[in-house]
Design a protein around this ligand. Structure first.
Ligand code: GDP
Ligand code: IMO
Ligand code: MG
Length: 438
């Protein structure tokens, strides 16, 4: 049963969209299993750039089955806009299926997200303000509105009333906001339901059937391991589990259906929003990485914080995911540097050195990185397609990462374009049965 999970191994924006799009060519379905439109997945094909927030990164293949699993939180307005946008650019979206059990982001979730951040002041998380946290909170509180509720006016209205009741106090400042009027909201969401009805399905069963027929299913994560609500840099995290384990729960399949877990990491590190980042660079080098890597958020446009590759965090991500292969993206961004630094250990406030990711928040917040220096390379990598095309410095960098993490590199990104990748022998063997990528 060939299920392959693609997960972010850092703080998000590792290039999951590009890698998913690439693997989707040989896959039968692509499934999103958590997160919502806090995600922004970029695909570059020739001169065209696509930014997907909710729709799986397989949609550019005509008729490809693209499934939004039950673990995703859906803002239906955003989903409909995304569908319309794709259609307008000539994309066939007929293969989209939406879990009837996925939860909906309601207008009050977005207001509460922003209000929550404002209340936190200097302690704010720097959320995308898309209502993700409040929506998952309602799901856990059993006050969520699900996709299937869009198809029944009476149930929808009743559930909206029940969900808003305990929020009366916090929603008081928005009392006059027309978006929160019960009648308007119900009418609007019924229209959304009408628009999406043709795509709503029993997706858990659908995925099981595909796997049972030995079809290749790609499970596309959003965010990254370090933003995981249980294992990430809590509370500076998202409200879901972007780990491979969640791919089962978020789609309705069992762990034995998964064969491969590919963790995606940039050749350096970025983070959007607040929270600890031990290898962060506050100097000109950080700015160089931001400019060369185009490190500005796909969803919010915010400048991303930048730093050297953090191997402590990456080792931790490999463990949390039982990563079977590593994909290193944006190696091209490091071209032209005389020396490259890599964070191989952490140093605590008391000067103690350690190599495991600390579980204690106070320790983590006072951690600085212990750097190891490696040689760089001058050459541009944009045209490299095989390992032997890469300069020796770049190959040594990849070998160093693989050895430190204990996971072999399957694929290397050398530019944003779909074709700008280098497959390693290990990657070819795992995924293509030795045939190599098309
Ligand atoms: P995602 O959220 O993990 O899908 O990543 P994003 O799309 O938010 O951010 C990754 C950015 O890096 C996008 O602009 C991609 O087009 C770009 N990108 C992906 N892989 C590479 C690569 O190997 N080299 C370069 N230069 N850019 C890349
Ligand atoms: P992709 O899928 C990078 C970050 C936010 C914030 C924290 C919580 O494109 O990699 P939320 O809105 O989820 O409550 O915000 O998580 N964040 C991301 N950072 N990439 C993402 O998605 C992110 N999704 C959320 O910046 O720090
Ligand atoms: Mg992104």
């Amino acid at each position: 049963m060939p299920g392959i999970v693609i997960v972010g191994a850092q703080w998000g924006d590792e290039g999951k969209g590009k890698i998913t799009d690439l693997l989707a060519e040989g896959g039968d379905a692509v499934v999103r299993f958590q997160g919502g439109n806090n995600a922004g997945h970029t695909i570059v094909r020739g001169e065209q750039e696509w930014k997907l927030h909710l729709i799986p990164s397989g949609i550019l293949y005509p008729g490809k089955l693209c499934i939004i699993g039950n673990g995703v939180v859906i803002d239906p307005r955003v989903l409909i806009d995304e569908l319309d946008g794709l259609r307008a650019r000539g994309v066939d979206v007929g293969g989209l299926r939406i879990s009837a059990n996925a939860h909906l982001i309601m207008p009050y979730h977005m207001l509460l997200d922003s209000a929550g951040e404002a209340k936190l002041g200097s302690l704010q998380i720097g959320t995308t303000r898309r209502g993700i946290g409040p929506c998952y909170a309602d799901k856990a509180a059993r006050l969520g509105i699900r996709v299937q509720d869009l198809l029944d006016e009476k149930i929808l209205k009743k559930k909206i009333v029940a969900a808003m009741e305990p929020k009366r106090l916090s929603l008081r400042p928005y009392e006059k906001d027309p978006a929160l009027d019960l009648h308007t909201m119900t009418e609007e969401f019924l229209i959304f339901g009408h628009r999406l009805e043709q795509h709503i399905a029993d997706t858990s069963k659908l995925i099981w059937q595909l796997l049972d027929e030995h079809k290749k299913v790609i499970l596309e994560g959003a965010q990254g391991a370090m933003l995981d609500i249980d294992h990430g840099t809590y509370p500076f995290v998202t409200s879901s589990n972007p780990l491979a384990g969640a791919a089962c729960v978020g789609t309705g399949i069992g762990p034995k259906a998964i064969d491969e877990i590919w963790g995606i990491s940039k050749a350096y590190t970025t983070r959007v929003g607040a929270g600890p980042f031990p290898s962060e660079l506050h100097d000109g080098m950080g700015e160089t990485l931001r400019q060369r890597g185009g490190e500005f958020g796909t969803t919010t446009g915010r400048p991303r914080r930048t730093g050297w590759l953090d191997l402590v965090a990456l080792r931790y991500a490999a463990r949390l995911n039982t990563m079977t292969s590593l994909v290193v993206t944006k190696l091209d961004v490091l071209s032209g540097l005389d020396r490259i630094q890599v964070c191989t250990g952490y140093r605590g406030a008391d000067g103690a050195e350690f190599e495991d990711f600390p579980y204690h928040q106070t320790v983590l917040h006072h951690t600085t990185s212990k750097l190891t220096e490696l040689g760089g390379w001058k050459e541009d990598l944009g045209e490299c397609r095989t390992l032997s095309d890469l300069p020796s410095g770049a190959r040594e960098y990849l070998d160093f990462i693989a050895e430190q993490i204990g996971v072999s590199v399957a694929l290397v990104g050398v530019g944003p374009g779909r074709e700008q990748v280098v497959w390693t022998e290990a990657g070819r063997q795992t995924l293509m049965g030795g045939d190599g990528a098309s």
